[in-house]
Design a protein around this ligand. Structure first.
Ligand code: NI
Ligand code: MN
Length: 226
């Protein structure tokens, strides 16, 4: 089955295969790249939301989308607890790094990420990356993270078709370390994200040149089909 990977700006993606419409880190309201491209949360109708961590630029429009659509939210445990207690959204599917969560479209494995995770001062559990199995394809979205040696293992264990990597520096790895990450993971295609959204994040990807990996730099709103 073909899988459509649509970039929604910053770290937000929509994966579509068959009946499944899976949003990852759906931050649209207040996302300058999404707004430039005319992408609005109200225009999306996800069946599932997958969250890597609780920072506002990832959690984003999750409460409003979950309320409107009733979609399943697959996220670190503490975020699922918060959605239940603060937003009355009980349709959640929690996990933590190392754990696999089965879903109607396939599944999500949470990986390690070196970062932090909080929302309005509240602890939101471990930051994670996610390996998403959908439509017979495997996509690794690393979340926000530095480079770490176990990325090699993630590549070997899951053999992702596509790696989505943060490259903007300062809060995550920068282009040079992300080049190493892409080479270690070994996916044939890599999509950079989390860069240039604001002046604090670099927009210069000239050092992001992984050997043997095709870099697909998508504009907000663009789709890659695999
Ligand atoms: Ni973050
Ligand atoms: Mn972030």
């Amino acid at each position: 089955m073909h899988v459509k990977i649509r970039f929604l700006g910053h770290s937000a993606f929509l994966l579509e295969a068959g009946e499944a419409r899976v949003m990852i880190d759906p931050f649209l309201t207040g996302n300058p790249k999404a707004e430039e491209a005319g992408l609005k949360a109200d225009d999306f109708d996800p069946t599932h939301i997958v969250l890597t961590h609780g920072h506002a630029d990832h959690l984003g429009d999750t409460p409003a989308l979950a309320k409107r659509t009733g979609c399943e939210v697959i996220a670190p445990f503490e975020i699922c607890e918060w959605l239940g207690s603060e937003h009355g959204h009980e349709h959640t599917n929690p996990g933590n790094p190392g754990g696999h969560v089965g879903t109607s479209f396939g599944g999500v494995t949470f990986t390690h990420a070196i970062h932090s995770s909080s929302y309005e001062g509240r602890y939101m559990g471990c930051p994670t990356g996610v390996v998403v199995s959908i439509g017979g394809k495997t996509i690794y979205h690393a979340g926000d993270t530095s480079l770490f040696a176990d990325m090699r293992r993630i590549g070997e264990n899951h053999m992702p078709h596509v790696a989505i990597l943060p490259v903007g520096d300062r809060f995550t790895m920068g282009p040079k370390d992300a080049k190493t990450a892409a080479e270690w993971i070994g996916a044939k295609i890599t999509i950079p994200c989390h860069y240039g959204t604001w002046p604090l994040l670099t927009d210069d990807l000239s050092a992001f040149t992984p050997d043997g990996v095709e870099v697909r730099k998508l504009k907000a709103g663009e789709t890659l089909e695999i």
